[in-house]
Ligand binder design. Structure first.
Ligand SMILES: *Cc1c(COP(=O)(O)O)cnc(C)c1O
Length: 388
């Protein structure tokens, strides 16, 4: 083991622009609630960034999904197709509508939803498909949209991890009926908590706006024609978001650079895989994530705790949602081998705008050493200290 001591977090926001100035402005003018003008400015700038007409800011990426599903009319008993390999929020938002998420396995190269497996999950109750741009890698949108058109389904992009990702030269957010983003503290643009719904459809945007603001008639104060929600974004996170967005090209360029360093450092390491990026994709690397072939889950967890001891914070890949207690279905025998393998053997390494070449070199050298140590029965015990 090397004697050098470091601590490298798996993710961290970086504020290099007008964040402080804009937040100070909120405080000095007293505009801290959702009434302040940074919300509208952030929405307009974000819509332009995605190449769409409308953006509706809200308080996080989960409610952004809920708003999109409600705007598209998802209701009780409906089914919505989603990849099983995603953050749980994708499924939860469907459940909030009283609908049922139907899980599809991942595609082995990009790890996004396997479009070839979608069709056989369509039933008369299916209303739409949520494509998740996993870890910043765009899903195969043309194939997904062709199926959706054929069966008259909506498509939502869950682009929570994919600000600035591109599919065939078009931005994430502009590739479906409605798309949603998250600005949680570890995302590519971070506002603490925050989310956005984007769409080209004025009617859907208006519907999302209405639902976001308690359902209040925009022409008649305190008149509520429907039951809405308070899902509004506050002015302070919007001010941070606007400042982050002004620097988004820099944030993405830094992530691409970090990913290139990882690729270079890990190129010769046997048994390590990562998302393969086809020519049509611009991956923006929310997380540089590797899969260690032929490792068991306890061994993977042991690697995580060994790296932690060396000052390197990592994350395991999400559990496939179909395996989580609320979503397990004992009547279902379907297996999801690709998602399960990625989940079991996957680790996300530190990926954020402040990671240096020296950090990546240190991380990869330590990873190599940790992989070379023997794995014992202790794997399970050692991993218990690691709370991801
Ligand atoms: C982060 C994330 C969300 C939820 O966003 P929050 O802002 O944390 O509510 C939804 N989907 C995916 C794929 C995410 O990574």
């Amino acid at each position: 083991m090397t004697s050098e001591r470091r601590f490298i977090p798996v993710a961290s926001p970086v504020f290099t622009g007008n964040e402080k100035t804009y937040v100070t402005d909120c405080l000095e003018t007293g505009w801290i609630s959702s009434g302040g003008n940074y919300v509208g400015r952030f929405e307009s700038a974000f819509a332009e960034f995605c190449g769409v007409r409308h953006a509706v800011a809200c308080c996080n990426g989960t409610v952004a999904l809920h708003l999109a599903l409600m705007a598209l009319g998802v209701k009780a008993q409906d089914e919505v197709i989603i990849p099983t390999l995603t953050f749980v929020a994708t499924a939860n938002a469907v459940t909030y509508c009283g609908a049922r998420p139907v899980f599809v396995d991942s595609e082995p190269l990009t790890w996004t939803i396997n479009s070839a497996a979608i069709e056989r999950h369509i039933t008369p109750r299916t209303r739409g498909i949520i494509a998740v741009h996993l870890y910043g890698h765009p899903a195969e949108m043309d194939a997904i949209k062709a199926i959706a058109e054929h069966y008259n389904l909506f498509v939502i992009e869950d682009a929570a991890e994919a600000h600035g990702a591109e599919y065939k030269g078009r931005r994430a957010g502009s590739l479906s009926d409605m798309a949603t983003f998250s600005f949680y503290g570890n995302k590519i643009i971070a506002t603490g908590e925050g989310g956005m719904v984007v769409t080209d459809d004025a009617r859907l945007a208006e519907r999302a706006r209405l639902l976001r603001g308690q359902g209040m008639d925009p022409e008649r104060r305190y008149w509520f024609p429907i039951i809405g929600y308070n899902y509004r974004m506050m002015n302070i996170p919007a001010a941070i978001g606007l400042a982050q967005l002004e620097k988004v090209d820099w944030h993405i360029a830094r992530r691409l650079e970090v990913a290139a360093w990882y690729r270079e450092e890990l190129r010769d390491m046997p048994g390590i895989n990562w998302q393969t990026t086809p020519a049509w994709a611009r991956h923006v690397y929310w997380m540089w994530t590797i899969v260690m072939e032929k490792k068991t889950e306890p061994e993977r967890n042991q690697i995580i705790s060994r790296l932690q001891q060396r000052g390197i914070e990592t994350r395991p890949v999400f559990y496939p949602v179909h395996s989580l207690p609320p979503y397990r279905d004992p009547t279902q025998s379907e297996s999801y081998p690709v998602a399960e393998q990625i989940s079991r053997c996957g680790i996300s390494l530190p990926t954020w705008a402040g990671v240096t070449y020296s950090d990546v070199h240190y991380i990869c050298r330590n990873l190599r050493e940790c992989l070379a140590e023997p794995f014992g029965r202790a794997a399970r015990d050692e991993s218990q200290n690691t709370e991801a």
